[in-house]
Design a protein around this ligand. Structure first.
Ligand SMILES: *[C@@H]1O[C@H](CO)[C@@H](O)[C@H](O)[C@H]1NC(C)=O
Ligand SMILES: *[C@@H]1O[C@H](CO)[C@@H](O)[C@H](O)[C@H]1NC(C)=O
Ligand SMILES: *[C@@H]1O[C@H](CO)[C@@H](O)[C@H](O)[C@H]1NC(C)=O
Ligand SMILES: *[C@@H]1O[C@H](CO)[C@@H](O)[C@H](O)[C@H]1NC(C)=O
Ligand SMILES: *[C@@H]1O[C@H](CO)[C@@H](O)[C@H](O)[C@H]1NC(C)=O
Ligand SMILES: *[C@@H]1O[C@H](CO)[C@@H](O)[C@H](O)[C@H]1NC(C)=O
Ligand SMILES: *[C@@H]1O[C@H](CO)[C@@H](O)[C@H](O)[C@H]1NC(C)=O
Ligand SMILES: *[C@@H]1O[C@H](CO)[C@@H](O)[C@H](O)[C@H]1NC(C)=O
Ligand SMILES: *[C@@H]1O[C@H](CO)[C@@H](O)[C@H](O)[C@H]1NC(C)=O
Ligand SMILES: *[C@@H]1O[C@H](CO)[C@@H](O)[C@H](O)[C@H]1NC(C)=O
Length: 680
């Protein structure tokens, strides 16, 4: 409707200095018109899609930073590009298998203070893209696990209701908090909202019991959580990164592991004596950040003392931090240049470097009969790194990291979602005031989560092995997945970016055979789904089996395009199947039709984007409407196009103006955005 070149102006309140910064996104910007309506296009980075793009001094929300880094050069020596994979069909013949894993291995950790941006405003006003995205994971994983908590849980207080029916409110009266995390008031409406989400998609929740003050415990979140969410509660975290409490001023400097042991015991006793918490033994700890070792907690006798109260053991870890950039005044030294650390993520050593530190803990957990969770993680704390945390490389990293955790006997990992001032969110709603004319943005991390869900499937019996393939070359890792004792899938990663094609690798797969004392089990054909993008640096045009969730501001949580699955015909004289993995890329190899079908939902329930509120693309409808649309499949897509902003203009704004006019007016009227807190 309007190819109007214009500079997007956004007035943006900085999180702590409440000044106003006006910024223009560097590089020519234009509003283009397409079938999906006007979209923001960064013309300077769309020509090749991979050109380095550095919007110097970008001051907008990190979640939308358009920076594109240079991919690391092809390693020298380059990884060998052809190698065999020979594996037994029968799990009993395979050494080193993990414990049995579930497709829900990867879940989400949502900072409590941003729940109203990501999930909904209240119990009857839910974010449709959120529901669609969760639905995609649930269909593949069987169910979705989400933690609502984080630093903000420690000072949160449950109140019966908040003005205007709000779910949360920052308690501005509280100025005592040294980490600049304002105390949070939570209304019961938040729990009702979560219950409504669980009634629409298969999602269960972890909540956090405040642990800032053991002389005045506030157990209401567990009491009301139990009564409102019931079976949809998985467990309650007690203490988020307690090893950082002294440093953050939440405890005196001398507070140590013994004091933690004692403080934890106070909550254990209180929960045990609280008749309003009927489910006992549902606590999660110790959620250390890495400042204290888990061993130093086990040494206090923690497990024998509290085993009856614990449902899971937990740790939290990020491979790096961007705190110097996030808190320039805090004395962290010069900020890290993301370009210099990008390559750290693009190797098998990245995830393995973290996971190896928990080998003993995983064994301790198994002995204690408690599943071990990586309760909060992502690419880097203090918001991640722009250009790294939101690049295709982070999708490859998170796949490798997830499978490495599964292999090392973690039982789950929650990827953190902060506000819009972080780079690593699996998905982002548009900046608040742009929600009337923009849609969501899906991050590469989300694609990685879908891959893991499909790789592990829905049987709850998946056992994972690091194949150490290609002579354990760090740039070409792979995993095998056995289900019900049979090899069903291979997960193959290529971290190298090489547009020439010279770094694509081909692996020659043989299953079973004499070397394993098994009959040959190489299939006559196999199916392959690729996670693909042009380079590890790009943020857009990422496809999973040929489908995309859309570019920036274009996602409604449903796949776009047709699914393309490659079929490889195997050589039945040599009993080999050749699978090629592009540089960069990921291949999920399905060794049987049933393994493929288990991971490939025939229809994902989606939620219509019927706009009943202010504008055309506001993907927000009352839950009652959603309830009716639950179960509808992709055929709902026409709803989207008929309500898209570029279409006929038949959609009326609340004020009656044709949609298109309002887009222009809104852009020109300068949008405001309310930042979330920097939690990480
Ligand atoms: C995405 O792919 C489309 C079609 O191949 C292309 O026109 C567009 O420029 C690409 N966008 C980016 C950001 O690379
Ligand atoms: C970016 O900020 C730095 C430091 O404030 C300044 O020296 C530099 O000129 C700025 N660059 C641009 C292109 O605005
Ligand atoms: C714990 O948090 C609550 C709620 O914000 C606050 O009222 C209380 O003073 C805090 N206690 C301590 C010891 O900081
Ligand atoms: C939820 O929020 C919407 C939009 O602000 C409002 O119309 C509705 O009344 C609210 N519902 C409740 C139960 O507060
Ligand atoms: C959502 O919660 C409200 C109570 O706040 C309830 O009346 C409504 O039926 C729920 N909707 C769904 C779809 O569960
Ligand atoms: C913690 O400090 C107390 C008092 O100094 C001491 O008795 C205890 O041994 C310490 N615990 C650990 C695990 O270091
Ligand atoms: C994971 O647990 C299984 C079963 O106890 C064990 O055989 C395997 O060695 C463990 N894996 C690692 C990496 O420790
Ligand atoms: C897998 O485990 C979940 C509970 O974690 C359960 O609801 C589901 O039914 C199980 N699936 C199978 C196939 O047993
Ligand atoms: C598989 O790859 C190997 C080595 O790259 C090659 O020698 C062989 O001919 C290929 N087989 C098929 C069926 O393409
Ligand atoms: C946009 O945000 C500003 C600042 O928070 C607020 O005053 C204004 O009402 C918002 N406008 C709309 C249309 O939501």
């Amino acid at each position: 409707m309007f190819p109007v070149p214009l500079l997007l102006l956004v007035v943006y309140c900085l999180p702590r200095a409440y000044g106003i910064t006006v910024y223009g996104v560097q590089g020519p910007l234009e509003l283009a018109t397409g079938s999906a309506g006007p979209t923001l296009v960064y013309t300077s980075d769309t020509a090749a899609g991979t050109a380095v793009f550095d919007p110097v001094n970008f001051t907008g929300p990190a979640a939308f930073n358009p920076v594109i880094l240079a991919p690391p050069p092809v390693p020298s020596p380059a990884p060998p590009t052809s190698f065999p994979i020979n594996l037994p069909q029968n799990a009993q013949n395979m050494p080193g298998l993990s414990i049995e894993q579930k497709g829900s291995f990867f879940g989400f950790s949502m900072e409590m203070s941003v729940i109203n941006q990501f999930i909904g405003i209240n119990s009857t006003y839910l974010q449709v893209p959120f529901l669609n995205l969760i639905s995609l994971v649930a269909e593949r994983a069987g169910s979705v696990h989400m933690r609502v908590g984080g630093n903000t849980q420690e000072t949160a207080t449950v109140v019966p209701s908040l003005e205007g029916g709000k779910v949360i409110e920052k308690d501005k009266a509280d100025s005592s908090n040294p980490t600049e995390t304002p105390a949070l008031l939570i209304s019961l409406e938040m729990l009702y909202m979560m219950a409504n989400v669980s009634s629409l998609v298969n999602i269960q929740w972890y909540l956090g019991i405040p642990f800032n003050d053991t002389s005045h415990l506030r157990l209401q979140i567990a009491e009301y959580g139990e009564s409102i969410l019931g079976d949809n509660i998985i467990g309650f975290q007690v203490g988020n990164e307690p090893d950082l409490y002294p440093g953050h001023g939440h405890r005196p400097p001398w507070w140590n592991q013994t004091d933690y042991f004692n403080d934890f015991g106070v909550v254990v006793d209180a929960a045990n004596n609280d008749p309003l918490i009927p489910v006992k033994g549902n606590l999660i700890a110790p959620s250390l950040s890495g400042n204290w070792t888990p061993e130093s907690i086990w040494d206090t006798g923690f497990l024998p003392a509290y085993t009856d109260s614990l449902s899971f053991l937990s740790v939290e870890r990020y491979p790096d931090d961007n705190c110097a950039a996030a808190f320039p005044e805090a004395g962290f030294g010069p900020p890290i240049d993301p370009q210099t650390i990008f390559a750290n993520y693009l190797t098998h050593n990245a995830g393995k470097g973290i996971v190896d530190q928990y080998t003993d803990t995983a064994a301790v957990a198994q002995q204690a009969g408690k599943p071990l969770l990586m309760f909060e993680t992502n690419t880097a704390s203090c918001g991640g790194f722009p250009g790294v945390s939101d690049s295709f490389g982070s999708a490859l990293w998170v796949i490798d990291y997830g499978l490495q955790m599964a292999y090392a006997n973690f039982s789950g990992a929650l990827l953190h979602i902060g506000g819009q001032d972080v780079s690593y969110n699996p998905f982002n709603p548009p900046p608040t005031n742009q929600s009337s004319f923009e849609q969501w943005t899906v991050g590469p991390i989300f694609y990685g989560m879908l891959v893991i869900a499909e790789a592990l499937g829905t049987s709850n019996t998946s056992q994972v092995v690091d194949l150490f393939q290609n002579s354990n070359n760090e740039f070409t890792p792979g995993y095998g997945i056995w289900e019900n004792g049979q090899l069903v899938r291979l997960a193959l990663i290529n971290y190298v970016t090489d547009p020439s094609g010279q770094s694509d690798y081909t692996t020659t797969i043989t299953i079973g055979g004499a070397q394993w004392n098994e009959p040959d089990a190489t299939p006559s054909s196999l199916k392959v789904k690729y996670l693909a993008a042009e380079s590890v640096s790009v943020k857009e045009n990422i496809t999973w089996a040929g489908q995309t969730l859309g570019s920036r501001f274009q996602a409604d949580g449903r796949f776009q395009g047709d699914e393309t699955v490659q079929t490889v015909t195997c050589d039945e004289t040599t009993n080999t199947c050749n699978v090629t993995v592009p540089a960069p890329g990921f291949a999920l190899v399905f060794l049987s039709d049933s393994a493929f079908e288990e991971s490939t939902p025939s229809s994902t329930p989606t939620f219509a984007t019927t706009a009943v509120t202010k504008t055309m693309n506001t993907a927000t409808v009352p839950a009652s409407v959603l309830a009716n649309s639950n179960g509808n499949s992709g055929s709902e897509r026409k709803d989207l196009s008929s309500t898209s902003k570029g279409s006929s203009g038949a959609i009326q704004m609340a004020g009656g103006a044709p949609a298109g006019l309002t887009v222009l007016a809104t852009v020109l009227a300068i949008a405001f955005m309310i930042p979330g807190f920097i939690e990480r």
